[in-house]
Design a protein around this ligand. Structure first.
Ligand code: SF4
Length: 446
């Protein structure tokens, strides 16, 4: 029996798919690389935008054709589009069943341990009984797709209810993984050669596991970072994402102290206007965001800061938009992930606010932020010219080896040596473009 998983969205989903892969392998399924070869298709979905959901609904017809060719084909959906239930068509109710008659089953990702039971009923397959005995899906060992980009979930769900966001409805309230369980996974990937780990969670700042040290004066997340930093072989730690209202000073203080803390942080501001932040239910001010940026730069002057900005949120005036635009310059933000507001059914904004900014204005604001971002990225990359940066090589493509620097800058150099993947290479930068540095290796392989 053959399977194909299609993953959409954020790192959390990609990390979840690695656990999903383990379950399917335990049940004897073999991976294939395209829909038509599969007997089992699982879509791990994203709901951040309506467009993302529409993409899934658009697969209804092609799936009908595939089912005509292969009557044994079963189709399942998980991820953020599955809000309420886990089970087979006819057993439970979910909107996708109504819109996509070809879907056979759905499961909330936190119910992944129930998947073997579902597949046993559908395909008569055996295996993965041990998965059903686990206390939660975090305890399933992931099948790591790329050892140079390891994503380790430390929590699932969110308690924040930002007005525009569907995640708390899709993933439920915060559930934290124990430190012991996380460390076990970090040690395993380190033994397999991982040098960098990316800790993922909707709001890592509020990480609070059951096995926190009650005598420690540090926040649980700071304690976790210390422990991971001590794992042999791991020398880069990144995390996604902190919430500006919850970020603690003790985590900021670890920059410059722990060798593993990279020179980069993603700090999502979402808007440069206090009024918009209030409407977004973000519970911090622009001043608070700036204070965090100042503290981080005081610890690590060259730290690269990336952020998220939503343009065209309900009622956003031109003046409010300009506050976001100016904030990027004021705070010397290295990279902005900009998105146009998209109303999501069921969220606070959909219930209480009007999505009253036209598509054209959203597009225009998106383009203006992107334009300023290009200029700033180009400008901020110039100081790297002539400098030597350490690149952790992730891939070889079209004659180039490429990976990221500690500052999360993408850097490439000419090479087709596949043995470099997962290794550090020191590269002397001779070109600094908008989104990329380029140079020549000064030393290959450590
Ligand atoms: S913090 Fe806000 S934006 Fe982030 S997942 Fe939670 S509700 Fe969504």
């Amino acid at each position: 029996m053959k399977y194909f998983i299609q993953t959409y969205g954020c790192q959390m989903n990609y990390s979840d798919s690695e656990r999903l892969t383990t379950v399917l392998k335990k049940m004897g399924y073999e991976a294939v690389s395209a829909y038509p070869e599969a007997d089992l298709i699982i879509l791990n979905t994203c709901s951040v935008k309506q467009k993302a959901e529409d993409k899934i609904y658009g697969l209804g017809e092609p799936f009908e054709a595939l089912k005509r060719k292969n009557p044994n084909l079963k189709i399942g959906i998980t991820g953020c589009m599955i809000r309420k239930s886990t089970g087979l068509r006819g057993e439970v109710k979910e909107k996708v069943f109504r819109i996509m008659p070809t879907v056979d089953f759905v499961f909330r990702i936190k119910d992944l341990i129930k998947l073997p039971g579902i597949l046993r009923k559908l395909h008569g397959v055996k295996g993965a009984e041990d998965v059903e005995d686990l206390c939660d899906y975090f305890h399933i060992n992931p099948t790591i797709a790329n050892i140079t980009q390891v994503f380790i979930p430390i929590m699932n769900g969110c308690n924040n209810f930002c007005a525009y966001c569907i995640v708390p409805y899709a993933r439920g309230r915060e559930e934290c993984r124990t430190m012991a369980n996380i460390l076990d996974e970090v040690e395993k990937v380190a033994k397999r050669g991982a040098k960098e780990v990316n800790l993922v969670g909707q709001n890592v700042s509020t990480y609070k596991p059951s096995d926190v040290d009650p005598d420690s004066k540090e926040s649980p997340f700071a304690q976790l970072l210390r422990k991971i930093d001590a794992v042999k072989g791991i020398d880069r730690i990144r995390f996604f994402t902190v919430h500006p209202k919850d970020m603690t000073d003790d985590v900021i203080d670890l920059y410059g102290e722990l060798p593993g803390m990279v020179s980069h942080i993603h700090l999502p501001v979402q808007s440069g206007s206090n009024d918009v932040l209030k409407r977004m239910n973000r519970f911090y001010t622009v001043e608070r965001f700036k204070e965090l940026v100042d503290k981080l730069r005081a610890r690590l002057p060259n730290i690269a800061i990336s952020t998220d900005i939503i343009v065209g949120f309900c009622g956003e005036t031109e003046e409010e938009f300009m506050e976001s635009y100016n904030l990027i310059n004021d705070c010397k933000i290295d990279l902005v992930y900009v998105s146009k507001y998209s109303e999501r059914e069921g969220t606070l904004a959909a219930k209480e606010l009007k999505d009253d900014i036209s598509k054209e204005i959203k597009r225009d604001r998106f383009d203006r932020i992107t334009e300023v971002m290009k200029r700033i990225s180009h400008e901020y990359n110039q100081p790297f010219l002539g400098k030597t940066v350490r690149v952790l090589v992730e891939k070889i493509r079209k004659g180039y080896a490429s990976g990221k620097t500690s500052e999360y800058k993408y850097c490439r150099f000419l090479s087709d040596d596949k043995d470099l993947i997962g290794e550090y290479v020191d590269v002397k930068v001779d070109q600094a473009m908008e989104w990329c540095l380029e140079g020549k290796p000064v030393a290959t392989k450590e």
